[in-house]
Design a protein around this ligand. Structure first.
Ligand SMILES: [Cu+2]
Length: 383
């Protein structure tokens, strides 16, 4: 059977049965290709799709069961706000120095209940840490390769050639056991991306070696509740097409656990598309419109009052919106197939007085709330 036919068949299986039962199909394939799999893991058993759950929608094809975030070592809900601002000091010149450590690790991660993916990661998570800084900061990123394959870190932004993290420039690919220190000044401000650029590029990206790289403008942006969403997907049967789609890795996670926000507050989303194999992804917000800042390199919106944007591979942008009414509002790509294969979630918009209860319902604490509203490295809000 051709790769194209195999791809079509596996994706149809997922569509026909819902992700819950497809987990068993694709999960067993993924496990078969996995070098190691977690002790005590029990493969998912086929289960019928959920009928009319509290947050069901778009055909009630939400997943059955839960992903073990503790075993993964990261939680997509926490990834929304867990900015890594580095170890901060000052150079003799007075310039802010931010030091980060990034370690390449091979790790099986659960991307839907019972579906394990043998990932290549930065710091054991997918996406890797959200690196955050202010324009003009000196960044020093120590990269350790603790895997059996060569890797790099390629940052989008402006920097010398030898810091570009590509084969043939500077140290090129960092070999297994190797180490390199990338160092450059952060510019321009915007919503950027980093990823491994070792060959074959598509393999290193779809295996999970990427993350968001946010450079704040020196004057900051207006106060808002901020989240980072990395649109990603996984080729669980290695046929050159994706079977599970998500933001921040776990399919349907934000459908099962809607993201709490307050009615009337400004929400800002740093949106990154790191899809491999599919040319574009998109973001559609229900019952609302937003302003969009393409690449985030301007302080004025580049699109106003839109409810859907699209991003090609590697594109990023910033969305800003405010909800007028309380309630549960979906977000998803307007590519319906991606929605049905996991990339769908919702915001739980509540009156401010009900916010503490909404945080508890989402399984997050006051620290998550604080990080969401105090994330900027600019303007002295966080040094
Ligand atoms: Cu790599």
């Amino acid at each position: 059977m051709s790769a194209w036919l195999r791809s079509l068949r596996s994706r149809r299986d997922v569509l026909r049965t819902g992700l819950g039962s497809a987990a068993a199909l694709v999960g067993s394939v993924a496990l078969g290709q996995s070098a190691t799999h977690p002790a005590g893991h029990t493969p998912a058993t086929p289960t019928p799709p959920v009928k009319g759950g509290a947050h069901a929608g778009h055909g009630n094809n939400l997943m059955v069961g839960k992903v073990d975030h503790a075993r993964n070592g990261f939680d997509p809900m926490e990834v929304l706000t867990d900015w890594d601002t580095g170890q901060v000091s000052r150079l003799p010149s007075g310039q802010v120095l931010r030091e980060y450590t990034m370690t390449a690790l091979e790790k099986d991660i659960e991307i839907a209940p019972g579906v394990f993916f043998p990932a290549w990661t930065y710091n054991g998570r997918v996406p890797g840490p959200t690196l955050r800084c202010t324009e003009g900061d000196r960044l020093r990123i120590t990269f350790n390769n603790h895997t059996s394959h060569p890797h790099t870190i390629h940052f989008h932004g402006v920097h010398p050639a030898e810091m570009d993290g590509v084969p043939g420039a500077g140290p090129g690919e960092i070999p297994p056991g190797g180490r390199f220190v990338y160092e450059f000044d952060a510019e321009p401000f915007g919503c950027h991306l980093y990823h491994c650029h070792a060959t074959s590029l598509k393999r290193h990206i779809h295996k999970g070696m990427y993350g968001a790289f946010i450079v704040d403008p020196k004057g900051g942006r207006p106060p808002a509740r901020e989240f980072v969403m990395v649109q990603n997907a996984f080729d669980t049967n290695f046929d050159g097409g994706n079977e599970v789609y998500a933001v921040n890795t776990v399919g349907f996670e934000f459908a099962r656990r809607p993201i709490p926000i307050k009615k009337g507050e400004l929400v800002r989303i740093y949106l990154v598309n790191i899809l491999e194999f599919d040319l574009i992804n998109s973001f559609h917000l229900h019952a609302n419109f937003f302003n969009y800042y393409d690449t985030g390199t301007t302080l004025e919106p580049t699109l106003r009052i839109v409810d859907t944007i699209m991003q090609a591979q590697g594109q990023r942008g910033i969305l800003e919106f405010t909800y007028k009414y309380p309630g549960n509002f979906m977000f998803h790509p307007h590519i319906s197939e991606f929605t049905e294969l996991g990339w769908m979630g919702s915001f739980q918009v509540v009156e401010p007085v009900n916010y503490a209860a909404a945080l508890r319902e989402a399984g997050v604490d006051a620290g998550w709330d604080r990080r969401a509203t105090g994330g900027s490295t600019a303007g002295g809000r966080r040094a």
